[in-house]
Design a protein around this ligand. Structure first.
Ligand code: AVI
Length: 316
C-alpha cells in the first residue's frame, strides 16, 4: 500500500515537473505518457476500434494470420516478456499459438492494470505460469534473477508503441530488451509503416472526434490534478506530418491569445501557438532495420499485411 502511495506521489511530482518545464519552453510540449489517465486509456481503447485507425486491426490480423510462423520463430517452452500489459487480444493470439510456453511475464508501470490483465490471461491459460512485474519499461531495470534462463526468452512489444519513443529512446529500449532476453533470445515488435499521408492523418484525426477528445483530455487532466484553469474550448486538436522525423505529431492549437494557470504558474499562448503532445513515428522497413542493428539485433522475419500498412518484426 505504502509503495502504491509513493508511486502515486512520485508520478504526480513528475507530471507537475513535466508540465512546468514543457509549458515554459519556447516550443511548448508535454510527454505523451500523460495522455493515459483513466479517461485517456478509455479513449485510446475507443480509438483502436475506429474505422480510420488501421494499426490495431491490421496488427491483430497479421498476428492471427501468421500465428503459427510467429510461434515457430519464438520456439518451444518460450518465456514471454511483454513490455506494457495492455495488448489483450494480441497477447492471447501469441500465447495461444505457442507450443508449451514456459512462462508469461507482463511488465507495466500501472500495478492495478497489470493485475487485471494478468488475471485475464490466467483465466484464458490456466496452466501457464504468469509472473507480472511492476516496472517502467522506458527505464533501465533488471529482471528477477530466478527467471528461467534455459528456454528461449522472447520480448513482445506489440501496438507500435515503439513509434512513440524518440529514436535514441527506441534504441535504448531495444538494447534493454536484448539485455533481458540474452544473446540467444528473440523479440517480436509491432511497427507502423510509412504510408500515404492522407491515410496517416485521418488515423490521427478521426471523423467522430475521439482522437481530438483524447488529446484535449490532457488539459482536463492538468485542470484536475494540477489545479489548472485551461479553457478546453480555447484549444483545437491537430494532427500534423513531420517529414523530417517521419512522424505524425499531435498538437493542441490555441484558438486565440490567452493565458491559463496550472501548478500555481501562468502560461501565455499566442493565437495559433501549440502544445505538442505526441509523436508517432512511422518507419520504413529499412529505417527499422538500421535502428534494430544499432541496438544489437538482426531482423530475421518480417510479417506484414497485403497493403503493407503495418509490420510485425521478428528480431534475433
Ligand atoms: C499508443 N500508440 C501506439 C498510439 C499511436 O498510434 O501512436 C497512440 C495514439 N495517439 C493517437 N492515436 C493513437
Amino acid at each position: 500500500m505504502l509503495e502504491k502511495v509513493n508511486l502515486h506521489s512520485r508520478q504526480h511530482e513528475q507530471f507537475r515537473a513535466d508540465v512546468i518545464e514543457g509549458l515554459s519552453a519556447s516550443r511548448k510540449m508535454l510527454p505523451c505518457r500523460w495522455l493515459y489517465d483513466d479517461r485517456g486509456s478509455e479513449l485510446f481503447e475507443q480509438i483502436t476500434k475506429l474505422p480510420e485507425y488501421y494499426p490495431t486491426r491490421t496488427e491483430t490480423g497479421i498476428l492471427k494470420a501468421r500465428a503459427e510462423e510467429i510461434a515457430a520463430f519464438c520456439g518451444e517452452r518460450a518465456v514471454v516478456i511483454e513490455y506494457g500489459a495492455g495488448a489483450g487480444v494480441k497477447t492471447e493470439i501469441l500465447l495461444g499459438a505457442l507450443t508449451n510456453p514456459a512462462l508469461y511475464m507482463p511488465l507495466d508501470i500501472a500495478g492495478d492494470f497489470l493485475a487485471a490483465s494478468a488475471a485475464r490471461i490466467e483465466g484464458r491459460f490456466p496452466y501457464l505460469e504468469i509472473r507480472p512485474l511492476v516496472a517502467d519499461f522506458t527505464d533501465d531495470f533488471e529482471l528477477p534473477a530466478d527467471l528461467p534462463k534455459l528456454p528461449p526468452r522472447v520480448g513482445f512489444f506489440p501496438g507500435s508503441t515503439i513509434g512513440n519513443l524518440a529514436p535514441l529512446d527506441a534504441a535504448d529500449f531495444l538494447r534493454r530488451v536484448r539485455g533481458h532476453v540474452g544473446k540467444d533470445g528473440r523479440a517480436v515488435i509491432g511497427v507502423d509503416l510509412k504510408k500515404d499521408l492522407s491515410v496517416l492523418l485521418r488515423a490521427y484525426d478521426d471523423g467522430a472526434g475521439v482522437t481530438a477528445e483524447f488529446n484535449k483530455n490532457l488539459l482536463r487532466r492538468i485542470n484536475r490534478e494540477l489545479d489548472g484553469n485551461f479553457d478546453l474550448e480555447g484549444f483545437a486538436h491537430e494532427a500534423r506530418w513531420n517529414a523530417r522525423n517521419s512522424a505524425v505529431e499531435m498538437h493542441l492549437v490555441s484558438l486565440r491569445r490567452q493565458s491559463a494557470t496550472a501548478c500555481g504558474r501562468r502560461f501565455s499562448f499566442a493565437l495559433g501557438e501549440t502544445i505538442h503532445t505526441e509523436n508517432s513515428r512511422k518507419y520504413s522497413l529499412e529505417a527499422f532495420r538500421r535502428l534494430a542493428e544499432r541496438a544489437g539485433w538482426r531482423v530475421e522475419q518480417v510479417w506484414t499485411d497485403p497493403d503493407r500498412l503495418f509490420a510485425v518484426i521478428g528480431l534475433c
